[in-house]
Design a protein around this ligand. Sequence first.
Ligand SMILES: Nc1ncnc2c1ncn2[C@@H]1O[C@H](COP(=O)(O)OP(=O)(O)OP(=O)(O)O)[C@@H](O)[C@H]1O
Ligand SMILES: [Mg+2]
Length: 234
Amino acid sequence: MSYLIGEAMTGGYGAADILHDCTIAVEKGQIAVIVGPNGAGKSTAMKAVFGMLPLRKGAVKLGGRDITTLSPQDRVRAGMGFVPQTSNVFTTMTVLENLEMGAFIRDDDIRPTLEQVFHLFPILKEKRHQPAGELSGGQRQQVAVGRALMTQPKVLMLDEPTAGVSPIVMDELFDRILEVAKTGIAILMVEQNARQALNIADKGYVLVQGANRFTDTGAALLANPEVRASFLGG
Ligand SMILES: Nc1ncnc2c1ncn2[C@@H]1O[C@H](COP(=O)(O)OP(=O)(O)OP(=O)(O)O)[C@@H](O)[C@H]1O
Ligand SMILES: [Mg+2]
């Protein structure tokens, strides 16, 4: 049984289903990556796993516990952190205020975690008193990831963490994400940069029209001629 699994998820925003029997899972200390064309339902699958989408069928389980009916906030309490695709930082608040906000469910001393985040992303310490809106795209994504880490999650879910950043910044972010995984956290992420993301993925999911098209190790998907031709640009 996987540490986190969205199992046979079917559901959507209204009458029509977007997800069809979709299964996504990730293990502790590993990285699972969801790739697929625009509109495939990648963000919808993430929302379903985080409890932002009612499921008509299927279940979400964390550490063997069925959490299908938990609210997103209760999922955070259960150990899940989520960085959405858009609006993932408060632009008028400082970097430090964003990180402190991230710790909203905690009433213990957050300073050690803050230091861990600053250790992972040193630029955030330097810019801690600047409004997040003044930071570059890559730095803002670091704020968003750091904010999610402030709850000390067991699972970190990232929807396109490298959107709009340069290849160099993308590589740096992926290195940091690998570092986070090495601490034992399970990482579930959606990526447009499919090739690079599958390169660091233990497990990969190719979604098409809300359904699982290919599921395998990152390496096997990268080596699969059909996956390469249709989803990785050859
Ligand atoms: N809030 C919403 N209400 C209604 N339909 C939505 C909503 N969000 C997304 N959809 C629809 O659900 C389908 C899947 O969208 P989703 O955002 O999950 O795709 P995606 O794979 O994340 O795409 P992208 O790569 O562009 O981020 C699309 O047809 C989209 O139009
Ligand atoms: Mg999306």
